[in-house]
Design a protein around this ligand. Sequence first.
Ligand code: ATP
Ligand code: MG
Length: 508
Amino acid sequence: MLQELLNESMDTLRTAIEANTASLKSRETGTLLQVGGGIALVKGLPGVTSEALLEFPGGVLGVAINLEPDHVGVMLLDDSDQLTAGAEVMLTGRETDAPVGAGLIGRVIDATGRVLDRGKALHSGERRPIERDAPAIIDRAPVSIPLETGIKAIDALIPIGRGQRELIVGDRQTGKTSLAVDTIINQRDRNMVCIYCAVGQRGTAVARVVDTLRKNEAMAHTIVVVASDEDPPGLRFITPYAATTMAEFFMEKGQDVLIVFDDLTRHARAYRELSLLLRRPPGREAYPGDIFYIHSRLLERATRLSSDRGGGSLTALPIIETQAQDISAYIPTNLISITDGQIYVSPTLFHKGLLPAIDVGKSVSRVGGKTQYAAFRSVASDLRLSYSQFEELETFARFATRLDDETRATIEHGRRVREVLKQSEHRPLRASEQMVILKTVNARLLDDIVLDQISDAEAAIQQRVLNELPELCERMEAGDKLDDSQWQQVLDVVKKELSQLKPDSQER
Ligand code: ATP
Ligand code: MG
């Protein structure tokens, strides 16, 4: 009897011990060999796989990216000041993942879900891996619905579609971030989730963007995901992938999502830093050979899904900073070839005060044109060509002392078009407001108004048309094409408004 009882308890003990050793085995550990510059080398961990998440003492996380026969190269996601060689490193058994869910909207967080906005910690909700396969071709639908930026020069001349990838490229301080932020502001009340992903910027610059979004009531539909210039290169590197995972959550639910990567130059530099520290062979401009692949696998995840998959979309606006306007440098050319077009902002135009400083001649949208509303297309169709002809003519006219009347008229008209394409920051315009002013300038109704009166005239015209012809404005918003008599109605209202302005303008 006693023997039986003893045997029984021995059995229980044995199973308990076995169960414990099994759980110990899954928590495999290794030893930290070396740490510095955001990189750690770890010995041991025979069960480690690429992208596996490791935990260091003090809760510091790292991602295994280099698997060598005698050690593992790890990029750290936290500060490594407290780590010393010899420390124990644990395999967490998880892949690197990011939080997802509607609870993220309105928050400022980092890639792993840590809160940066002094708000409450996130509920420990669902998490998904940051590296996911891009949707297969069969699951994709053509880009066919416009994404309205509210910026006249873009919506009229370089239209963007939902699910498109459009690069914003230009030198430093040329208004790149402003274009992206204004596009996010314009998505207010349009049922679009926006993600602003800041990589490698100064904390103050990110704070300014968050402040602008708050002031313009845009945080209610926006998530800000940040890795600042002080964060380790590993965190800067994974942030765009994590932000895309957060965006895919909404896209897969059938929603439209916009993601801004500000900017991928700094993302590429973070990856170069990691690669050089891991002694991977450097290639052109010291970037590693797979730099093209890291950006293409990121941007391939932006798409429009077919109706079978819910019909959601993910539009990406990656930003790239050029040096001395060199768009043929390595990273800009890579990204130009990956994306469906680029918006080029020029420092020359910026310094002339032609804001937003979009160089229409160097910008292109390869798929967005097809998505432009018919009404818009009829207004904007020949604007691009006539505008570039004007720019050419204006350059030559500088050398000529006498111009014939026709040339002079073309130049004066072009100057008005350029004036109309100017737009101040954080003032996105509705489609109807844009169409009315473009139609007005196309009908040459502004040709005898002095240049510095045009922006006032524009606001007055837009307001008056909205007041007097609200149904027509609604039809324009809906993308319906107006017939000639309806446009005539609009232009009659415009003329009435201008006749009140003109005496004033002629006085000057
Ligand atoms: P960086 O290289 O520092 O990231 P950037 O190219 O993102 O710069 P922004 O920060 O967007 O440029 O803009 C630079 C400055 O130009 C800002 O002070 C901004 O307020 C101003 N600016 C940008 N667009 C306009 C505009 N349309 N009207 C007036 N000011 C503008
Ligand atoms: Mg910027």
